[in-house]
Ligand binder design. Sequence first.
Ligand SMILES: *[C@@H]1O[C@H](CO)[C@@H](O)[C@H](O)[C@H]1NC(C)=O
Ligand SMILES: *[C@@H]1O[C@H](CO)[C@@H](O)[C@H](O)[C@H]1NC(C)=O
Ligand SMILES: *[C@@H]1O[C@H](CO)[C@@H](O)[C@H](O)[C@H]1NC(C)=O
Ligand SMILES: *[C@@H]1O[C@H](CO)[C@@H](O)[C@H](O)[C@H]1NC(C)=O
Length: 300
Amino acid sequence: MWNIKLSLLLSSIFVCGVTIRIVSGIALQCDEKIDLCKINCLTGNIDDDVKLECADLPKNNSLVHILQLDFKKLIGLQVQHSDLTDLKHFAHTKLEHLQSLTFINSKFNLSVLCDITESTPYLTNLTIIQENIQELKAKYFEKCKVNLTTLLMNENKMNEIENDALEIFSEYLTNLKLRDNKFIQVPQALQHLRKLQTLDLSNNKIKSVSNQDFLALNGLKSLQKLEMNELDCKCGLEKEVFFQWVTNKKFPEVTCASPKRLQFKKLAHLTKKDLCDNAAQTNAMVSSVVVFFIIVMILN
Ligand SMILES: *[C@@H]1O[C@H](CO)[C@@H](O)[C@H](O)[C@H]1NC(C)=O
Ligand SMILES: *[C@@H]1O[C@H](CO)[C@@H](O)[C@H](O)[C@H]1NC(C)=O
Ligand SMILES: *[C@@H]1O[C@H](CO)[C@@H](O)[C@H](O)[C@H]1NC(C)=O
Ligand SMILES: *[C@@H]1O[C@H](CO)[C@@H](O)[C@H](O)[C@H]1NC(C)=O
């Protein structure tokens, strides 16, 4: 009798594929919400890799309370559209499995980042989006004891990065996105990132790269992918080191924004003739005018 009951119970658990963990009276279950956080189980098992996706957390910050729920393997945490103004750090939490940490419009104070990473030694991916940061200061990262490989800081309002702000990541950072910010030059601070493989600088205001600014790019010895889409591809550009470098490396995602005739064109595919020569265009116009007159004459 007991055996039958037990096997029924086991099979029902197997069929539904649901596992539940009870922690201090609270049931943790995949795809369920706990307070304002959704539990996203990557393998369908609550005791395996889990990501928490939190939104609309109020200022009094229930985050610490949620993190104390002792997930077996919490590998990702995302907080968006919240008010973490008063967040100091994740006090008394065990986040030794955390690999990715994401803040999107969470009002978190970047000054406390290194306090937070005290409990996240294996953090590799940090995402900070829509947090209204204008200048990336060296003090934000200098005490962080993590070896980040991916740093995403899109859609902030950054126009400056202090020179040594990113130096701490030079050994491991391979992927940096600074898309949709307000840079007008390639930041010199990038020059230390010798392991960087992909760099996204698109949707800023970087119209040109002077020989001085180029030194930062030239330091990126491992770079395989560069995205820039606001360049002014004017005649004379072909003489600059930056042009020769892009052409050599054949980066396909470096494109022109102006002049109009070169908009969206890949810089690596352009020649001096494309940049400087309007003759080809004029010739085309002349010949179409001639064809037009010939047709008019024939019709007459
Ligand atoms: C946060 O504040 C709200 C309203 O002010 C309250 O309902 C809630 O219980 C508080 N949460 C915690 C964890 O203190
Ligand atoms: C961020 O934290 C730092 C250090 O704790 C503090 O000086 C600063 O005023 C805070 N900024 C905001 C906007 O709360
Ligand atoms: C980060 O890298 C440094 C230098 O390679 C190493 O000593 C340290 O243990 C690493 N930290 C972690 C948390 O892996
Ligand atoms: C970290 O970022 C890299 C590159 O974007 C991605 O391939 C990887 O899956 C991310 N890892 C985690 C744990 O989110």
